[in-house]
Design a protein around this ligand. Structure first.
Ligand SMILES: NC(=O)C1=CN([C@@H]2O[C@H](COP(=O)(O)OP(=O)(O)OC[C@H]3O[C@@H](n4cnc5c(N)ncnc54)[C@H](O)[C@@H]3O)[C@@H](O)[C@H]2O)C=CC1
Ligand SMILES: O=C(O)CCC(=O)C(=O)O
Length: 526
């Protein structure tokens, strides 16, 4: 499929007339063909108008039709073939194996949501039958179902050009909920975005759905990004990126005459707690495993383990020696964009230049100006507490180890952390008492707590939480990965004393959708 540089607005493809964007080949730093015309305010208006026009029809599609559409999107992405992988490799610098895996995850996500739509439990159907004889007052007939919020603006992420981008988790969950989607493609991978966008556009057409179910725009954060979030027909926002970008969108959304929810995944340093018995039994193995997670994808994961907390002592020295050795074998890696590389280098040089921080180890030296070198630093708990800048995310393969004098200090540091996507505990049976103290603190701070693993690599499943308190996300009440993500784009409506003829299928007496429903408080399939 030739990449044209056009935006996709409903069923049409057109060239934006605002400042053009070119992808930069990540490995060489050279601009790539073609140029992608940027969207204007008029393009935003057209995409939002089509999305709004599509909403009432799309939201009432039968479960089977919507599920089949999601599966058709997945198949259409696979049908692009190797061109998708080679273009994504060029634009992102990520290796083939990673992108093939990411494509599998993207497709798997769409299929998982197809299953969720068929299952129907997300509708949360509840029926409280009327109690006309209740004294002192009769109870009316009350029925609840979840309905979709409306068109959703989705911002593609730079670091996952497939799984968190045009057809990524936010798009999949919004479409599953019954919301049309307008994507602002990330300028780092416009060609990949166009290929995926055309696959979705084709699936919309083949399913006979209204064209406004999906649009995709290129352009600037100011015109297209802000324009979408301010548009009155957009009713929710999904975003993965920087804290400054996410908080700017939160402000715009909150300042609208009708404020809307923003689900922004932003910065997280994902603390790893190394408990004493685990360190006594396997400090060297933990050091090696940690470096594997730290350097995955050049560290460009929001789940990257950027902070390690451990007790002072010889086991910590063993951990550091092992991590140093593993880092010595870690090649420098191409980073996603010149901007992300330069932000990473600035973050690393701030740590290196901080006289309260010591550089422990480095990865192999860069062989090209587009590569980032991994780095490991250490400091003391006292210095960490004194200098809030040390808790800021350095997006890339850099991490800071905190030497804690005792368990109480480790707990105090945990208590002082900002909201995080994940926290990891490395522990053995003998660490249970300490872990019990840590757990309530972490529950208040993070979205996913894992034991004896590493935080990078999020599973697609029903119980997954990929979210967390601010600033890891703008709204810690939900997840961006896993089927629970559908709830972000839904709200409840209650139908009181509604005649059967007006009730949605989910709430009719004969339960034509065969849903599990809560009838008079009891869950059952009736
Ligand atoms: N924690 C995480 O998951 C991630 C964090 N980042 C961080 O973000 C930095 C920059 O990377 P990007 O991916 O380019 O993120 P970014 O936040 O700069 O951009 C993401 C998207 O939001 C838009 N945008 C940014 N600021 C905006 C604003 N004020 N108004 C409207 N739209 C706006 C951009 O045009 C782009 O489409 C990285 O160096 C890293 O620190 C990046 C990717 C993932
Ligand atoms: O760890 C993962 O698989 C997901 C990471 C992520 O969501 C991100 O980097 O934006």
């Amino acid at each position: 499929m030739p990449i044209s540089g056009e935006m996709l607005i409903g069923a049409t493809a057109l060239r934006g007339t605002d400042k053009p964007i070119r992808a930069i080949e990540a490995a060489t730093g050279q601009p790539m063909e073609p140029a992608f015309g940027g969207g204007t305010a008029a393009d935003v208006d057209r995409a939002c108008s089509l999305a709004w026009a599509a909403f009432d029809t799309y939201r009432e599609t039968a479960p089977e039709a919507r599920a089949a559409f999601l599966e058709a999107c997945a198949q259409a992405i696979l049908d692009i073939g190797d061109e998708l992988i080679t273009r994504a490799m060029a634009e992102s610098g990520l290796p083939r194996g990673r992108l093939e895996g990411e494509r599998g995850r993207t497709v798997g996500q769409l299929r998982l949501f197809a299953g969720e739509v068929r299952d129907g439990s997300y509708l949360s159907a509840r029926i409280d039958p009327a109690l006309p004889a209740r004294a002192p007052l009769p109870r009316p007939d009350l029925r609840l179902r979840m309905i979709p919020l409306g068109p959703v603006a989705v911002f593609g992420a730079s670091n996952f050009p497939l799984a968190f981008s045009v057809a990524g988790g936010d798009t999949a969950s919004a479409l599953a909920a019954g919301c049309p989607v307008v994507v602002k493609a990330h300028s780092a991978h416009p060609g990949t975005s166009e290929l995926v966008g055309r696959a979705i556009q084709g699936a919309v057409k083949a399913a006979g759905l209204p064209e406004g179910v999906f649009s995709m725009l290129f352009g600037s954060g100011q015109v297209v990004g802000q324009g979408l979030v301010a548009d009155p027909r957009i009713k929710a926002v999904g975003f993965t990126g920087s804290r400054s970008g996410g908080t700017a969108l939160m402000k715009t959304a909150a300042a609208r005459p009708e404020p809307i929810p923003v689900y922004a995944e932003m910065s997280s340093i994902n603390p790893v707690f190394l408990l004493p018995k685990a360190m006594a039994s396997r400090a060297a193995a933990i050091g090696k495993g940690f470096v594997g997670s730290l350097t995955l994808g050049a560290g460009q994961f929001c789940t990257n383990p950027g902070l390690v907390l451990a007790l002072e002592g010889p086991d910590l020295d063993t951990f550091l020696a092992s991590a140093t050795e593993a880092l010595g074998g870690a090649p420098a890696q191409t980073m996603l964009t010149p901007g992300i590389l330069s932000a990473y280098q600035t973050g690393v040089s701030h740590l290196a230049g901080n006289n309260r921080v010591r550089k422990v180890a480095s990865g192999q030296l860069a062989t090209a100006g587009t590569q980032g070198e991994a780095a490991l630093f250490e400091t003391t708990a006292a210095h960490f507490m004194d200098d809030p800048a040390l808790a800021e995310e350095v997006f890339g393969a850099a991490s800071l180890v905190i030497r804690c004098p005792d368990v109480e200090t480790m707990l105090r540091l945990a208590e002082g952390l900002e909201g995080q996507l994940t926290a990891t505990i490395q522990m053995e049976e003998g660490d249970v008492e300490m872990a019990k103290k840590l757990l309530p603190v972490l529950e208040r701070r993070v979205g996913r707590i894992l034991v004896n693993g590493y935080p990078t690599g999020v599973e697609l499943s029903h119980a997954m939480v990929h979210g967390g308190p601010y600033p890891s996300t703008s709204d810690g009440r939900s997840t961006s990965v896993g089927t629970m993500a559908i709830t972000r784009f839904l709200r409840p409506v209650c139908y009181q004393d509604m005649p059967e003829a007006l009730l949605p299928a989910a709430l009719r007496n004969d339960n034509p959708m065969g849903l599990w429903r809560r009838v008079d408080g009891a869950l059952g399939q009736k």
